[in-house]
Design a protein around this ligand. Structure first.
Ligand SMILES: Nc1ncnc2c1ncn2[C@@H]1O[C@H](COP(=O)(O)OP(=O)(O)O)[C@@H](O)[C@H]1O
Ligand SMILES: [Mg+2]
Length: 223
């Protein structure tokens, strides 16, 4: 089992209100499996993905996330950062590309951060940009790209370290049908051929149907 997330709770405490978002959600994903998460806007899909990816933590010790058997929230924060870099590829809903560097540097960044040399990383970064169809934009800054192009750069960046777990928050939300299908094929092929795991948030029923399983986040639970 690549992802074992159990009994996750998360409540956002605002000035006057408590917003319960996750109320005991659990999710297990096998090697080679692709899972779609659907649910209303505000249901907590992004929150769930952030917790699976070690970006946001569950409220308390009732909940746990294990990635390839390794418990994530009992690690020190530096060990968790290292685990994220090595094992998890994250595609943010809002991309989070760095505008101070060009597209190629953005894609290479996680590999450079993990200690890979520039030469070792360059060819793979170019290959990924080619695969997502934005190689012509390699030396542009993200600000010069359309939303859909930025989204594809974010996907290439998420894949650069060949992560065992890819977490993608509406990765085709800004893509036309044909480009979306190309990007999904890339994600699915990598997941299945390499025995990795893909968890994808989507609003699109047709996209969800292409995954092995679909789970709905509703009232803080996955059903
Ligand atoms: N950092 C935050 N502080 C307070 N409330 C938040 C925060 N992040 C998300 N929320 C609230 O939690 C709920 C779930 O948000 P989110 O996980 O983004 O949902 P989804 O991705 O399903 O649309 C929403 O009501 C949102 O307003
Ligand atoms: Mg969201």
């Amino acid at each position: 089992m690549l992802i074992e997330a159990d009994n996750l709770h998360k409540t956002y405490v605002l000035k006057r209100n408590k917003v319960p978002v996750l109320c005991g959600a659990s999710l297990h994903v096998d090697a080679g499996e692709t899972v779609a998460i659907i649910g209303r806007s505000g249901a907590g899909k992004s929150t769930l993905l952030h917790i699976l990816g070690g970006i946001d933590r569950p409220d308390d010790a009732r909940g746990s996330v294990r990635i390839a058997g390794q418990s994530m929230y009992t690690l020190s924060s530096s060990a968790r950062t290292r685990m994220r870099a090595e094992r998890i590829g994250f595609v943010f809903q809002t991309y989070h590309l760095l505008n101070e560097m060009d597209v190629l540097e953005n894609v290479m960044l996680p590999a450079r951060a993990a200690g890979a040399s520039r030469t070792a990383t360059l060819a793979r970064a170019q290959e990924l940009l080619q695969a997502v169809g934005v190689s012509a934009r390699a030396h542009h800054t993200p600000l010069e790209l359309s939303g859909g192009e930025q989204q594809r750069v974010a996907i290439a960046r998420a894949l650069i370290n060949d992560p065992a777990v890819v977490l993608a928050d509406e990765p085709t939300g800004n893509l036309d049908t044909e480009t979306g299908a190309t990007v999904l094929r890339l994600l699915f092929d990598l997941t299945r051929s390499r025995g990795h795991a893909l968890v994808m948030v989507t609003h699109n029923d047709a996209t969800a149907a292409t995954c092995d399983r679909t789970l709905r986040l509703h009232d803080g639970l996955l059903v």
